[in-house]
Ligand binder design. Structure first.
Ligand SMILES: *Cc1c(COP(=O)(O)O)cnc(C)c1O
Length: 360
């Protein structure tokens, strides 16, 4: 049976990417080797590596004074690596808490140095993106950490806050490449690839070069951004297969109109589901406040718990994958990242309407 993949991550990859990858598994570019057998020092791999990096730069219009790094350890390692590099005994990390991932980032930083919360929507069960004025950060703020899209709760900054004096670090794991980035307002953008940019095993970190030079020197070399920048993300063996797939996804985005086109599609796809929720007369209840809704993760509940279980079961039987919400929030969630075709979202919207008609 055909499956419609709404998994939160690892998530859907474009069908064209999977097809090309399949062919490269045997004889990549007539090398007689699989793409995953290439030495990371071989010219054929170097092409893959630097083309992927260049495509990240061109798709997001990354300025020359930012470095692009391909690292391992997921977004979660960044939660620890950022404070290890940039917290000093005199300075504090400021965190905006908008969901589980930002809490995790805060907790990791707390193990490294001093942190404080500059804004939080925890009191409203993370239904909303809080107001925050970054110009009000205290003088001793090393950086401000923001999560641009809250994968679990289904909220997203409609616009990132204006930068104050402190550098701004953004965890964009679940919405990178779905919208343009204003580089004047950020100093670091990082993302585990497995939501919107490729498979798991590779993390994209885009960092202002001037910041990197000032990073702490008394940490293990492998955890220093400077090491990876100097080594062009080839300081040690990179996850070559994951980078190859990430490169194919970058090319797919390019071939499909770039980040602007991804954003148009994301708006259209999200509207399909939010319209069903809004027109359901309370049958479906969205988790997030309307002005904080995510274009990537649509979270909702059915007020009757028995019906909610039935919905999840029938969705599964109909071939929809990944509709059950995260265990910490419950309910339902449809993750509609770049690679999820609009037709799949239309099919889900129709399924939701029919389920309501049949069950109320
Ligand atoms: C998935 C996710 C993470 C965790 O990513 P890992 O690569 O599993 O470490 C962190 N932040 C956000 C916003 C996420 O969606």
């Amino acid at each position: 049976m055909k499956k419609l993949n709404f998994n939160p991550g690892p998530s859907a990859l474009p069908a064209e990417v999977i097809k090309t990858a399949q062919e490269s598994m045997f004889n990549y570019e007539d090398s007689g080797l699989s793409v995953v057998e290439l030495s990371h020092r071989a010219p054929l791999y170097e092409d893959i590596h630097f083309q992927a990096m260049n495509r990240v730069r061109s798709l997001l219009e990354v300025p020359d004074d930012f470095e692009i790094l391909f690292l391992q350890g997921g977004a979660s390692l960044q939660f620890a690596m950022l404070p290890m590099n940039f917290l000093t005994p005199e300075k504090k990390g400021a965190y905006v808490l908008t969901g589980s991932w930002s809490e995790k980032a805060y907790q990791e930083a707390e193990r490294v140095g001093s942190v404080y919360t500059i804004a939080s929507s925890q009191d409203s069960e993370y239904r909303t993106i809080p107001e925050v004025d970054l110009s009000s950060c205290s003088e001793d703020t090393a950086y401000v950490h923001v999560t641009s899209n809250n994968t679990i709760f289904g909220t997203q900054w409609q616009q990132l806050p204006l930068k104050g004096n402190a550098p701004v670090f953004v965890d964009a794991s679940s919405d990178i490449f779905s919208q343009e980035i204003n580089w004047d307002n950020v100093d670091v953008v990082y993302a585990g690839a497995q939501k919107n940019a490729g498979p798991s095993g590779i993390t994209v970190v885009i960092m202002k070069k001037s910041l990197m030079k000032d990073g702490n020197k008394d940490i293990p070399k492998i955890l220093s951004y400077d090491t990876h920048a100097k080594g062009e993300s080839l300081y040690h063996t990179p996850p070559t297969g994951s980078i190859y797939l990430l490169g194919l996804v970058m090319k797919w985005i390019e071939d499909n109109g770039g980040v602007k086109a991804m954003n148009v599609a994301a708006n259209e796809k999200a509207a399909l589901l939010y319209n069903v929720i809004d027109e359901s007369n309370g049958f479906y209840v969205g988790h997030s406040d309307k002005d904080s809704r995510s274009l990537m993760n649509v979270t909702f509940r059915i007020s009757d718990e028995v019906l909610e279980k039935k919905f999840i079961k029938e969705a599964d039987e109909a071939g929809f994958i990944g509709i059950k919400g995260h265990r910490s929030v419950g309910g339902c969630r449809a993750s509609i990242y770049n690679a999820v075709p609009k037709e799949h979202v239309e099919t889900l919207a129709t399924f939701m309407k029919e389920f309501q008609n049949n069950n109320q």
